[in-house]
Design a protein around this ligand. Structure first.
Ligand code: AMP
Length: 326
């Protein structure tokens, strides 16, 4: 698939001595894994090239993946190639210096919100951007070098973005790509421990979440992690945002979301679903994303309530017109 565009990308990589890798704000396992994984592949394959990954911060739960490069002068970008991974729109690119590079390549698996870059390789049916990087490696396996480090980064992204290979985007090809990474020596026992062990105190917070969560008439589960709740448990924004994962297994609730007070007064919405598509709803509320995993922002509690009502109506309509949901 997309053989020509992949050939163009490899040709550009060969052409430049300096390459900057970019990802999205509020980084997650996939964008961190894809940038670090591609960086490790390129460094092992082209040791003479300078490959940079510069980002202001990494999510706390991903710090085990290692630090980013130190910032460089802006002039450094001006004769470089840029590759943006896992980022649907320019507004979400975390390092603003992406605009200074000579040529920009977009590699992404999100529903395209806005085209950008000189070369675009977008496959929205892929379960993760990391999967695309593995596919890229496999396409040119006789030329590129996959190290254990690269494989571990890419496997981390594949695992986290696919819900441990559970979401519908996972195909036979996903697992064939993952198999290549396992063959490269990923230590899954350590990786899963790093990703999924939880502190005792966090389990207490989880219990509180289950106590406080709400379910709408037609089956939307939601929890509002307001400022007071964040303070009560001393939560970071990241910990507060993670609660969405706790609502994903309620029978009949085919849509669930976490609404998190941001420090600036807005409310971050993390929407998730099974069977029913929720990305259009996210777009209506200043966001977007995938069919079953999207993000949005509300600017008042009234807007938040309107979003919850809309989600409920969406689920009602879906349940009325479809069978087989659980
Ligand atoms: P999140 O709940 O922040 O993990 O977002 C879920 C998915 O939706 C991720 O793939 C994000 O990249 C995407 N997403 C989140 N917020 C936005 C936004 N404002 N615009 C477009 N896509 C978004």
């Amino acid at each position: 698939m997309n053989q020509k565009v992949k050939e163009n990308i490899l040709q550009k990589i060969k052409q430049y001595d300096k390459i900057f890798l970019f990802r999205h704000v509020r980084n997650d396992g996939d964008c961190v894994g894809a940038t670090k994984g591609l960086k490790a592949i390129l460094q092992a394959t082209f040791p003479q090239k300078k490959i940079y990954l510069i980002d202001a911060d990494t999510a706390q739960y991903l710090e085990f993946m290692g630090p980013e490069d130190a910032p460089v002068a802006e002039e450094e970008y001006r004769d470089a190639l840029g590759i943006v991974l896992d980022t649907a729109s320019v507004g979400r690119i975390s390092n603003p210096n992406f605009s200074k590079v000579v040529e920009l390549i977009k590699i992404d698996h999100h529903i395209p919100v806005e085209p950008y870059g000189d070369i675009m390789w977008v496959e929205e049916e892929r379960s993760s951007c990391c999967e695309m990087i593995v596919d890229f490696y496999r396409t040119f396996a006789d030329e590129l070098v996959l190290t254990k480090e690269a494989a571990t980064h890419l496997y981390t992204g594949m695992v986290t973005d696919s819900g441990r290979f559970k979401y519908t985007g996972v195909t036979g090809e996903t697992l064939r790509n993952a198999a290549v990474l396992l063959d490269a020596g990923v230590d899954t026992e350590t990786l899963f421990a790093r990703l999924y062990l939880e502190a005792f105190e966090y389990l207490k917070f989880k219990a509180y979440i289950y106590e406080k969560m709400c379910v709408t008439e037609n089956g939307v589960a939601y929890i509002y992690v307001d400022k007071a709740m964040q303070e009560k448990f001393g939560l970071t924004q990241e910990q507060a945002s993670a609660v969405v994962g706790n609502l994903d297994s309620i029978r009949g609730c085919i849509c669930w979301m976490a609404l998190i007070d941001n420090p600036d007064g807005s409310i971050r919405v993390r929407l998730r679903s099974r069977f029913v598509k929720i990305s259009d709803l996210a777009e209506k509320y200043h966001g977007g994303g995938h069919a079953c995993a999207s993000g949005a922002t509300c600017y008042s509690t009234e807007e938040m309530e309107a979003l919850i009502r809309d989600a409920d109506a969406l689920v009602k309509d879906y349940k009325e017109h479809n069978e087989g949901w659980l």
